[in-house]
Design a binder for this molecule. Structure first.
Ligand SMILES: C[S@@+](CC[C@H](N)C(=O)[O-])C[C@H]1O[C@@H](n2cnc3c(N)ncnc32)[C@H](O)[C@@H]1O
Ligand SMILES: [Zn+2]
Length: 408
């Protein structure tokens, strides 16, 4: 019997992304501007803005495959129209199996069609199941995956534990979180509920968001005697993304839990410090004001420079539409890997002192010429990671502000 050609019961169009072509909902028909934050009005979710997220993912998964140097399997259990899974199968070398699934019947049908459209039926299997159900069905040793990509609406927290259980030893868990209002401290109760850590509305809240998600991942993995190591992370547009490599063993879990702690912040002078254990005094050592805190969260590294080098190499071999932007992100994060935790935002600093705001280059140079470490950050175009204290920054800014070339 010949199958009827697939025709969705809603407006759709064929688009190209990376090396594949996929049928997606026609967003214009649902009154959605392609640059809108959440084009979820269509019966099947599709967000063209997330192409950058998917490009980064292709680079990261290829870097992982090069690192382990064998054939790998990937699961994309919240696939929607299937674009991720299809791209992984078509664009990541060494992928032998991809399993994609979605709970939405129309998404499942569209994803199935997109697999056929790209002739990938032998590599990509499509299911119509709940994500936790599909992951739990793959928790037994022979069924586990090398990589799991959690790309949900909002928080990935409800899926992390079953994803950890469905990963092979040394597997990679990639999670997206779009619920930045809780993670950045606008809805602190929701953050504590979902991620088990208190957020804080500091100027580096996007880094805190990454650290809260990484900390939550480490905590949930530890329950299963699994340790984690964050190999890459980024904050772009309306989301954050964390790539964590897991490792089996109670000792590995103990080691990763040691990376959990708190970040203390003084909203008066902008001093910040880390604390491993619940703290006694919250008095700022620089100005004496009462500090606020975020956590427990991940205090360990959030970028692995050797993993990022592999991604940089892969980006050079591909002709992504976003390749310049990708390269910028990768070079910045590679340098951030060896820089201090949290960053200062120049406008915040100069605003506090009621001084004009310097250019980022001028302030980086000033810090370096005073023998301090100074590194720009991908988290903010006006941010600097430095080992100079907040009060040193005040002093340097005041001293230098008279210089004609200093302020932008
Ligand atoms: C943000 S969209 C995924 C977007 C897709 N990964 C992409 O790159 O275009 C989230 C998807 O998760 C699906 N979903 C929500 N809850 C689910 C669940 N419990 N199990 C499986 N899929 C679910 C939704 O139907 C939706 O298609
Ligand atoms: Zn202070």
């Amino acid at each position: 019997m010949v199958d009827e050609p697939y025709k969705p019961d809603f407006p759709s169009e064929k688009i190209r992304e990376g090396k594949v072509q996929v049928l997606v909902p026609k967003l214009a028909a649902f009154g959605v501007n392609p640059s809108d934050y959440a084009p979820s009005k269509a019966p099947v979710f599709y967000n063209p803005v997330m192409e950058f997220n998917r490009d980064v993912t292709v680079l990261a998964f290829q870097a992982y495959q090069r690192m382990v140097n064998r054939e790998i399997s990937i699961c994309d259990p919240l696939t929607s129209q299937g674009i991720r899974g299809v791209r992984f199968a078509a664009e990541v070398e060494g992928v032998k199996k991809v399993l994609i699934s979605d709970i939405n019947q129309r998404a499942f049908t569209m994803a199935k069609h997109n697999v056929q459209l790209n002739g990938l039926e032998k590599i990509v299997a499509v299911k119509h199941k709940d994500a936790n159900c599909i992951l739990s069905c793959h928790a037994s040793p022979q069924k586990r995956f090398d990589i799991i990509d959690i790309d949900p609406f909002g928080t990935p927290a409800p899926y992390i534990e079953s994803a950890v259980r469905a990963l092979r030893n040394n597997g990679l868990l990639a999670s997206t979180a779009t619920d930045l209002a809780p993670l950045c401290g606008v809805h602190p109760k929701a953050c504590i509920r979902k991620y088990g850590g208190k957020p804080m509305r500091a100027e580096y809240c996007h880094e805190l968001a990454v650290r809260l998600l990484a900390g939550c991942t480490a905590n949930l993995a530890a329950k299963h005697d699994v340790g984690v190591r964050v190999v890459f992370s980024h904050s772009s547009e309306h989301y954050i993304r964390v790539y964590a490599q897991i490792a089996y063993g109670a000792k590995k879990a103990d080691e990763s839990v040691k990376n959990l702690g708190y970040i203390l912040h003084c909203f008066n002078c902008l001093h910040r410090e880390t604390a491993q254990h619940p703290f006694g005094s919250l008095q700022c050592p620089e100005c004496g004001s009462k500090m606020d805190y975020a956590g427990p969260l991940w205090l360990g590294s959030i970028f692995d420079p050797s993993f990022i080098e592999l991604m940089i190499k892969e980006n050079k071999t591909r002709a992504f539409k976003n390749s310049v932007r990708l390269s910028k992100l990768l070079l910045l994060t590679r340098d951030e890997a060896s820089a201090p935790i949290t960053y200062f935002v120049l406008d915040k600093l100069s605003g506090k002192l009621r001084l004009p705001s310097p250019s980022i280059e001028a302030f980086v140079n000033l810090l370096r010429s005073n023998s301090y470490q100074a590194t720009p950050t991908h988290f903010s175009s006006r941010g600097i990671r430095t080992n100079a204290s907040a009060l040193t920054l005040h002093k340097l800014l005041r001293q230098a502000v008279d210089s004609v070339s200093f302020c932008s």
